[in-house]
Design a protein around this ligand. Structure first.
Ligand code: AMP
Length: 203
């Protein structure tokens, strides 16, 4: 089974992707992570970092190549869950996964901005946390400084949300027209969102 997850920033794509990964036993492939973890000696490293730090999309051909290399690994043989591809319809000219199911996590723009404003990376461990949902004790217990990702700063986030509205919404409608789309309310708690996804898959 090939699943694609769509939704604005901080709509819970990663959280739901991990739950789906467990449920269907196929790997979650988050495109943003693949690009972020690109080794420094990769020929496109500098261009990729520059685009990401500015909150812009990375070159489609480069991104498609990074994804295809990852999907060629044996763990994807029975399918996968793609998170972050198809941000604009033209990307399918570079790589078009033959998806069985597209899941759209719908949250309002203000909720995206609110959630991202609290997102931090724990510098020593690389763990992503959210200071909006942590107690002062949990924040205090972190082994090192909590830093904001360059592309989580407000200006970059606004640019990414603009891209979503203008470029990704047509992708969602494209899947809807093919009868492959499941739309869920992403403002619920993670378990509630997952329950809605599973109920709609079974419908
Ligand atoms: P994310 O972690 O999904 O928010 O993605 C972080 C950044 O990675 C984006 O702002 C883009 O710069 C880049 N990126 C992620 N997915 C894509 C994609 N499908 N095409 C081009 N750039 C991407």
């Amino acid at each position: 089974m090939i699943i694609i997850i769509l939704g604005p920033q901080a709509s819970g794509k990663d959280t739901q992707g991990l739950k789906l990964q467990k449920e269907f036993n196929i790997p979650l492939i988050p495109v943003g992570d693949l690009l972020r973890k690109l080794p420094e000696d990769h020929p496109e490293y500098k261009n990729v970092r520059k685009a990401m730090n500015a909150g812009e999309l990375v070159d489609y051909a480069v991104t498609a190549k990074v994804i295809k290399d990852r999907l060629s690994l044996p763990d994807c043989a029975n399918g996968y869950i793609l998170d972050g591809w198809g941000r604009i319809i033209e990307q399918f000219d570079f790589f078009d996964p033959d998806v069985d199911l597209a899941i759209y996590l719908n949250i309002p723009r203000a909720e995206s901005l609110r959630r991202i404003s609290g997102r931090r990376i724990c510098e020593p461990t690389g763990e992503i946390v959210n200071i909006l949902t942590m107690t002062p004790e949990e924040i205090e217990a972190c082994p090192g400084p909590l830093v904001q990702r360059e592309d989580d700063k407000e200006e970059a986030v606004n640019r990414r949300l603009d891209i979503f509205e203008k470029e990704t919404k047509p992708v969602i409608e494209w899947y809807r027209n093919q009868g492959k789309l499941i739309e869920v309310d992403g403002t619920k708690d993670p378990e509630g969102v997952f329950a809605e996804i599973m109920a709609k898959i079974k419908q």
